[in-house]
Write a protein that binds this ligand. Structure first.
Ligand code: F42
Length: 330
């Protein structure tokens, strides 16, 4: 049975996200993840408030990256949060969204090394050790914090490419996969198994996380309509290989990409097809969602995240998920 997580993109005021996190805790979710992009609300301001206003749910950035914020600072933030909410903090780390890093002129050089070295730095610093590392990306010349984390902080690595998936399974406590369709998870599992073997671990040692674009409503049309804007952005940002896997013509994706880049959102959203919604989201009635979640669990997903849009109305959809979907898996 998969555990449940919820992901919020903090485009809304901080209090609204915190309100939904409190609601998610009451709804029976196990994890809340806050995405990290410079152009949204600050992830640590939100996580601090979530630490204060919740009691049980585990939480963390989903995901931060080692380019925008030095891993030393991520480690410090994680350990400080873990003092506020003992044992509830998890660290989501990835190579970072290229588009937003490009906007501030930060190059995503050597992503595999950056993630690997960041994990080492975060693990050692939070454990109270002195870090000395002459890495390919990070040079740390004997750094140590004056305090250490009160417990070990699990690191979940955001991954999509084959090498990152394998690395994530090898060194991470969890692999966070941004996808919603079973084809993507069938493919990802090959690389996850590779990484697990490389590390001499068992598959059960690694949490396989589906970070989905999710939309639940009793009315299927309403659920799918709410998913359209998110799906449009996913299609626009998807590499050719992924589009091919789902039988989405490159020309259709290019049309959406072009419309988004010109700010013509109505045109972009109007070009989203039912096939795209099927490929890049889980949207529909509770029973349809249950079927899809069960399918992913069968493939190997152990933690299921309901991500943006969650539903036409976030509050109502959390209630619906709490009543009709989560109990099915408990
Ligand atoms: N990104 C954010 O910025 N914020 C978020 O909140 C966020 C959430 C999130 C949640 C789940 C998830 O799966 C991803 C998420 N992301 C988020 C995106 C994440 O940060 C990454 O952008 C995303 O996972 C895509 O990266 P990737 O894992 O596919 O890795 C990329 C870089 C890639 O191309 N990987 C290749 C692969 O096969 O895995 C390998 C690339 C390679 O070989 N690089 C070489 C090297 O040495 O590293 C050479 C590269 C060079 O420098 O020439």
């Amino acid at each position: 049975m998969p555990k449940f997580g919820i992901e919020f993109v903090p485009t809304d005021a901080y209090w609204k996200v915190v309100y939904h996190a409190i609601q998610a805790e009451k709804a029976g979710y196990d994890y809340v993840w806050i995405t990290d992009h410079f152009n949204n609300r600050n992830v640590y301001v939100l996580l601090t408030n979530i630490a204060i206003y919740t009691n049980r749910i585990r939480f963390g950035p989903g995901v931060t990256n080692p380019y925008m914020l030095h891993p030393i600072m991520t480690a410090q933030s994680m350990a400080s949060l873990n003092e506020m909410a003992p044992g509830r903090v998890v660290c989501g780390l990835g190579t970072g969204d290229k588009t937003t890093l490009d906007m501030v002129g930060i190059e995503r050089a050597k992503p595999l090394s950056a993630v690997k070295e960041a994990v080492q730095i975060i693990r050692e610093i939070t454990a109270g050790k002195t870090v000395k590392l002459a890495g390919e990306v990070f040079k740390v010349a004997g750094a140590r914090m004056n305090f250490k984390s009160i417990s070990r902080i699990p690191i979940f690595i955001g991954a999509q490419g084959p090498k990152m998936l394998s690395l994530a399974a090898e060194i991470g406590d969890g692999v966070l996969i941004n996808a919603s369709n079973k084809k993507d998870f069938e493919d990802a599992m090959k690389y996850i198994k590779e990484g697990v073997e490389k590390a001499g671990k068992k598959l059960q040692d690694v949490e396989v996380v589906a970070a989905t674009s999710f939309s639940a409503h009793e009315d299927i049309a309403k659920a799918q309509k709410a998913a359209i804007p998110v799906v449009a952005f996913i299609v626009a940002g998807s590499p050719e290989l992924i589009l091919q896997r789902h039988g989405i013509p490159i020309e259709s994706a290019n049309k959406i990409r072009e419309a988004i880049s010109k700010g013509m959102f109505k045109d972009a959203f109007g070009s989203v097809t039912p096939e795209m919604i099927e490929a890049f989201s889980i949207s529909g009635t509770p029973s349809m969602c249950i079927e899809k979640i069960a399918e992913l669990a069968k493939i190997g997903v152990t933690l299921f995240i309901t991500g943006s849009p969650i539903g036409p109305n976030v509050r109502n959809s959390i209630n619906l998920i709490s009543k009709e979907i989560i109990p099915h898996f408990k």
